[in-house]
Design a protein around this ligand. Structure first.
Ligand code: CP3
Length: 360
């Protein structure tokens, strides 16, 4: 394996990423990208071949290598495990596949109380030992760079299990949420237990932070989120509190939900590009924030990308508690050279001194 970039600070527990999520001053703003391990990298496409992503995830040596590729290429401040939010549900035999170019597809979607019996408890070391093995392999190679483990939040995983495929409207999900809230609540509670088991196993194997992806929570009105989703997500974060690892909570289109998502108990709130980062900070004053360059901006001329990157840094205003990221995942056709240049720019120009906030 080629060499990893030299760490900015000594070890994973004192890295710029860990310091930033703890809202401590940092010599450079840490940066990583959601979906940094994936199709935008030619070395990923070369290695990955054409099989199902779930098969690739079942191969620890392959998944470890894919996890490390963006760390080597970009010198990002954190790795994110190469896996998927539907892995636990697939591993317990719920009948989930991931269709290339589409996303998760479920043979028999979750529709009634009887389907709860198909969601038995997830035992990571028995059902998906390859995930924790990948974590161990990655951590052994990473040295000072922390590995972020992750899971899907109960709502977002439920949306796939109920709809049976990616949806724009979430009509079946919302029909169940409103029409049979007890069943919907029971489903989310089981999926919370699944996320907890998965995240605890990843941390036990060496992950230094966790991110809970509630990618599609932005489809909900705040009062609906608060009543029907917040309890299950709160359960997930509470069950990780004793592990003493930073917990990140992310969703798309969640501007109106940021305060509620913070209330679920994460240490860091991920923000998409629709809310300026200074506005987001005001909505979650006691939290670190992560984001929030529009991933599609990476297709504009470099001067624009640089300008928008600087705008995020300027809006953060040198305050501790900022991790630079995109507002959602790297788009597959993104030029890796642009992401490498964004990393360099953030490292050169972003810092958090702990000084009073200028301007805001
Ligand atoms: O680099 C990383 O971020 C780590 C790997 C990662 C994947 N999925 C690999 C993957 C992570 C963190 C995820 C999480 C995930 N999976 C989310 C939450 C993040 C988000 O984007 O909001 C969601 C909603 C899923 C479900 C899912 N899996 C989708 C929507 C897709 C895309 C379908 C497609 O082909 O466009 C997948 C498949 C998937 N997961 C790919 C990757 C790299 C692409 C398919 C492949 O390379 O075979």
């Amino acid at each position: 394996m080629s060499e990893l970039p030299a760490p900015a600070v000594e070890g994973p527990l004192t890295s710029a990423f860990i310091r930033a999520v703890r809202r401590e001053p940092v010599p450079h703003t840490p940066v990583w990208f959601m979906r940094q391990a994936g199709r935008s990298l030619p070395e990923y496409r070369a290695l990955r071949g054409s099989g199902s992503i779930l098969d690739a995830i079942r191969d620890p040596a392959l998944s470890a290598e894919i996890t490390l590729q963006p760390v080597r290429r970009y010198g990002v401040d954190a790795a994110i495990l190469y896996s998927d939010i539907v892995v636990p549900a697939a591993a317990i035999g719920f009948g989930v596949e991931v269709e290339p170019g589409l996303g998760p597809v479920v043979q028999e979607p979750f529709a009634s109380k009887a389907d709860l019996d198909r969601l038995r408890p997830y035992e990571p070391e028995v059902d998906a030992p390859y995930v924790t093995e990948t974590v161990r392999l990655v951590v052994a190679e990473l040295g000072a760079t922390p590995l972020i483990g992750f899971a899907g939040a109960p709502f977002t995983v439920a949306s796939y299990l109920i709809e049976g495929r990616p949806s724009r409207t979430y009509e079946k999900t919302k029909a169940m949420l409103h029409g049979d809230p007890a069943l919907f609540g029971a489903l989310l509670d089981r999926l919370a237990d699944m996320a907890i088991a998965s995240l605890r196993a990843q941390v036990a194997a060496g992950a230094r932070a966790v991110q809970v992806f509630d990618s599609w929570a932005g489809a909900l009105a705040p009062d609906v989120y608060e009543e029907h989703v917040l309890p299950a997500s709160t359960k997930v974060f509470a069950a990780l509190a004793d592990l003493d690892v930073p917990r990140i909570h992310f969703g798309v289109g969640t501007g109106e939900l940021l305060a509620l998502m913070a209330a679920a108990g994460a240490d860091v709130v991920g923000v998409d590009w629709r809310v300026p980062i200074d506005v987001a900070r005001a909505r979650v004053p006691a939290k670190a924030v992560q984001g929030n360059l529009d991933p599609a901006v990476c297709f504009a001329p470099w001067e624009v990308v640089a300008d928008r990157t600087r705008d995020v840094l300027r809006r953060n205003g040198g305050r501790p508690g900022h991790v630079f990221n995109l507002g959602h995942g790297v788009l597959p056709d993104t030029d890796p050279g642009v992401l490498a240049a964004v990393v360099d720019l953030v490292h050169d120009e972003g810092r958090a001194t702990g000084d009073p906030v200028p301007g805001t």
